[in-house]
Design a protein. Structure first.
Lengths: 220, 311
C-alpha cells in the first residue's frame, strides 16, 4: 500500500494544520473538554458526530501539534477524490485518508486502507455515521467500520468526541462560517467486550457518544 | 491630558498591586487546599491586570485604539450571545450579516461621527430588515423567538457597546481633545462599581436582592457599591467636564444602569440554563460577563453628556 505510506508532515501540511487550527480558534474559540480521557500520544481512533466540513478541523484544533501530525481524518473518496483540486486539498494539504464507500476492487477496501494507516502507528478521526447528519436526529446510526477496526486492532483506543455547534457555524451547503463558540467533548475510551456482537457494540459506542452532548435539549 | 492619564494609570496600578498583595496574603494564610472563592479571586485579579494593560495600550492609540478595541469587544460579545440563542439553518445569512456587515458598519459610523445614522441604524434599519430576510427564507419555525433574539443580540452587543467609543465624537465646550478621558471615567466608575459591589456583597451581604434571578446580588452589596462608586466618581471629577457633585450624580446613574444590566444578563443566562456567557476571561467568564454593566451604562451616560454638556 505504497500510496498510503505516511511520513511526517510535509511543510505544506504543517502550515495548513497550524493555520487552520489558529483560524478555528479565532472563529469558534474552540475548547477541548476532557471528560473521561486525557490528551495522549497513544494511538487512537477519535470517533465523532458529523454535521459539517469543519468538524475535523475543529477536532484536530483540540489536539497538540505532535498528536495532529500523526492523526488523519477519514474522508469520502467519492467527494474528495472527484477533482484534482479536491484531492490536493484533502490529501496534500489536510493529509486525510480517502476511502470509497462504493468500492469494487479489493485494493479499495476501506477497512484495509484504514488498517494500513493504523499499522504505521498513526491515529484516525472517524465519523461513523458515514455522512453529514442533516436530519433532526442528534446522531444517526453507526456503520460497521468502527466495529471492524476495533476487532482487528483491539489495542487502539476508541475515543468518542462530541462536536458542539459546528452545524450552526458551517451548515451543509454554506461556505462562510458564522463565528459561534464551539466545544469538543472527549469522553472515556470505548473498548469492545470479549465476544461482543457487532450490533451491540455499535449501539454502545453510539450511546457513549450521544451521552457526551452537553446540551441535548438544545440540539436544534 | 497627559497629566490626568498619568494619575489614572498610577491609581489603577496602586489598586491592582494592593489587590494582588491582599490576595496573596489571604491565600498564604488560608487553609489548603484553597477555597474556590480564593482561587477565583486570584484569577479575577490576574485577569484585571491583563484587561487594564490592554485598555492602556488601546488608550495610547487614541481614537484608532478605542474604535478597534470596542469593535472586537462587540465581536466577542455577539458571538457569546448568538451561541446561546436558538438559531436555525435558514438564519445563516442573517447571522453572517450581523458579524460581517452590522459590526463594521456601526463602528464606521462611530469613526465618521455620523450621529444621525449611528443612533438609528440598528434600532430602525436592522430591526426591520433582519426579520424581513428571515421571512424571505420561508422558515417560520419559532419565528418571533428567533428574530427577537437576533435583534436583542445586535442591540446589546453592538449598539450599546458602540456608545463607548462614540463618546469620542462629543464636542464638550472647554473639554476639546480630552474626550478619551470620558471613556476612562465611564469604564473606571462602572467596572469599579462591579468590583465594589462584589466586595461589599462578600463582606456584608445578607439580604438577597433578587434570589430568583441572581443569588449573588445583595442589598448590602448594591448600596455599598453604588455609594462608594459615586464617591469614586466625585473623586475622578478632575478628569471630566463635571463638577464633583455632578460627577457623583452621573456616576450614580451610570452604575445603577450597570447594576440593572447585570441583573438582565443574569436573567437571560438563567433562562438559557448557563452560569457564564463563555470562558474568554479566566475567573470572570465570558466577555458579556465582564461587560454586561457597561452595556447598559454606556448609552445612558452618552446621552446624559450629550444632552447636558454639549452645545
Amino acid at each position: 500500500m505504497n500510496r498510503l505510506s505516511l511520513k511526517t508532515f510535509t511543510l505544506l501540511q504543517t502550515v495548513t494544520s497550524v493555520g487552520l487550527s489558529a483560524l478555528a480558534r479565532m472563529v469558534t474559540g474552540v475548547r477541548p473538554i476532557w471528560n473521561g480521557s486525557l490528551p495522549s500520544d497513544r494511538q487512537r481512533i477519535y470517533f465523532a458526530n458529523h454535521t459539517s466540513h469543519g468538524d475535523f478541523i475543529l477536532l484536530s484544533a483540540c489536539l497538540s501539534e505532535s498528536e495532529r501530525a500523526i492523526t488523519h481524518a477519514v474522508a469520502a473518496g467519492e467527494y474528495w477524490g472527484k477533482s484534482r483540486l479536491r484531492r490536493f486539498i484533502a490529501q496534500d494539504m489536510l493529509s486525510s485518508v480517502l476511502i470509497n464507500r462504493q468500492w469494487t476492487r479489493p485494493e479499495e477496501n476501506p477497512i484495509e486502507i484504514m488498517l494500513s494507516v493504523l499499522d504505521q502507528g498513526h491515529s484516525l478521526i472517524l465519523f461513523p455515521e458515514g455522512t453529514r447528519n442533516m436530519t433532526e436526529e442528534p446522531l444517526l446510526a453507526f456503520r460497521s467500520g468502527l466495529y471492524n477496526l476495533s476487532t482487528a486492532r483491539p489495542q487502539v483506543e476508541l475515543i468518542p468526541c462530541w462536536i458542539e455547534n459546528m452545524s450552526r457555524v458551517l451548515p451543509k451547503g454554506q461556505f462562510l462560517p458564522v463565528p459561534l463558540l464551539c466545544r469538543v467533548v472527549f469522553g472515556a475510551p470505548v473498548a469492545i467486550g470479549p465476544g461482543e456482537e457487532r450490533r451491540a457494540f455499535l449501539e454502545r459506542a453510539h450511546a457513549a457518544l450521544l451521552a457526551l452532548n452537553p446540551r441535548p435539549e438544545r440540539d436544534d | 491630558m497627559r497629566h490626568e492619564i498619568s494619575i489614572l494609570i498610577i491609581g489603577l496600578l496602586a489598586v491592582l498591586t494592593t489587590a494582588s498583595v491582599v490576595a496573596t496574603i489571604l491565600s498564604a494564610r488560608a487553609p489548603k487546599p484553597l477555597s474556590s472563592t480564593l482561587v477565583n479571586l486570584t484569577q479575577r485579579i490576574n485577569a484585571w491586570w491583563v484587561m487594564v494593560a490592554l485598555m492602556t495600550v488601546a488608550f495610547f492609540f487614541g481614537r484608532y485604539g478605542m474604535t478597534i478595541l470596542f469593535a472586537l469587544i462587540s465581536f466577542a460579545a455577539l458571538r457569546e450571545f448568538v451561541t446561546l440563542t436558538h438559531t436555525r439553518r435558514s438564519d445563516h445569512w442573517v447571522l453572517l450579516g450581523m458579524f460581517g456587515i452590522i459590526i463594521p458598519f456601526q463602528y464606521w459610523l462611530v469613526w465618521t461621527a455620523w450621529y444621525g445614522l449611528f443612533v438609528i441604524f440598528i434600532p430602525v434599519y436592522c430591526f426591520l430588515l433582519m426579520p424581513a430576510i428571515t421571512a424571505l427564507h420561508g422558515d417560520t419555525e419559532r419565528f418571533l423567538e428567533r428574530i427577537a433574539a437576533q435583534q436583542w443580540a445586535v442591540m446589546i452587543s453592538v449598539y450599546c457597546v458602540s456608545h463607548v467609543p462614540a463618546l469620542l465624537t462629543l464636542e464638550v465646550p472647554g473639554f476639546e481633545g480630552r474626550t478619551l478621558l470620558l471613556i476612562a471615567f465611564l469604564i473606571i466608575v462602572v467596572q469599579g462599581s462591579d468590583v465594589l459591589q462584589y466586595i461589599f456583597g462578600k463582606l456584608f451581604g445578607k439580604h438577597r436582592f433578587s434570589p430568583n434571578v441572581s443569588p449573588s446580588k445583595t442589598w448590602e452589596g448594591l448600596i455599598g457599591g453604588l455609594v462608594s462608586a459615586s464617591l469614586l466618581g466625585a473623586l475622578l471629577s478632575f478628569v471630566t467636564p463635571f463638577s464633583p457633585l455632578q460627577a457623583a450624580a452621573v456616576a450614580f446613574v451610570a452604575c445603577s444602569m450597570g447594576f440593572l444590566g447585570g441583573l438582565v444578563a443574569s436573567a437571560i443566562k438563567r433562562d438559557q440554563g448557563v452560569k457564564d456567557w463563555g470562558h474568554l476571561i479566566e475567573g470572570h467568564g465570558g466577555m458579556m460577563d465582564r461587560t454586561d454593566s457597561l452595556v447598559f451604562a454606556a448609552p445612558v451616560f452618552f446621552h446624559i453628556v450629550r444632552y447636558f454638556w454639549t452645545v
